[in-house]
Write a protein that binds this ligand. Sequence first.
Ligand SMILES: Nc1ncnc2c1ncn2[C@@H]1O[C@H](COP(=O)(O)OP(=O)(O)OP(=O)(O)O)[C@@H](O)[C@H]1O
Length: 250
Amino acid sequence: MKLTGLSVSMQGEAILQDVAFHLHCGEIVALIGPNGAGKSTLFRSILGQLPYKGTITFSPAGGPAIRLSDGSATGGKRPLVGYVPQAPSFDRGDPVSVLDFFVAATAKWPVWLPIPRKYREQAAASLARVHGEELLDRPMGGLSGGQLQRVLLALALEPVPHILILDEPLSGVDIEGEHQLLEMLDELRTQYDLSIFLSTHDFATLDQYADKVILLDRKVLKMGSPDEVLSSPEFYQTFHLRMGKGGEHQ
Ligand SMILES: Nc1ncnc2c1ncn2[C@@H]1O[C@H](COP(=O)(O)OP(=O)(O)OP(=O)(O)O)[C@@H](O)[C@H]1O
């Protein structure tokens, strides 16, 4: 995927200005920036949910270059983009099971009717992709942050897209859940040559999984390896940290 000169305005205010970068096949790119930087707006533009200026070009492996303008284009048999939204909160006592949720989302089957065996098998197979078979009959409200992310991830992989976008997948996930999720993303990108583009406020783990980091605050302020971005003056200025002469923060 290649973005050039991407700009978005809302109600006369420039939300994104001249954003440009490449996302290569099988690459994991992390998007960081302060609150209100435009991270979700960038995702919504890529998903074709917002009007924008500039170009977003998709060149799925083995397929023709496809320009997405309304979010409906597909790259061959696989959809271009899958999306894992910020995790919704479920009431602890909510009786809706993972199976109910999955089938309602994928097959549009109403939750109050008995679920046919074929839908149960399909949901189990989808959850198996994220090693979550055992979650099938659990209530959504009883899942941990990491388990909920895995269910949402399984949904976004049905069917497996070329590019997977995740909006703050690590928020509300404990350290062990975060480790599992990152391992799973790494496994999925290798298995499906999936490009992964995610936003996060967790900078400590970036160097464990991200090939590239983009620091955004309405514009791209810095782009590079986790080390390059996290040690840059732009990073320190954006997050109001003070930097010593040698580049070390004080
Ligand atoms: N529908 C809208 N109309 C007007 N302004 C909007 C709209 N949606 C978002 N904005 C503004 O766009 C800016 C960027 O918002 P966005 O949600 O993309 O930021 P973000 O980086 O995802 O923030 P966060 O880290 O808090 O989730 C904010 O100033 C927000 O107020």
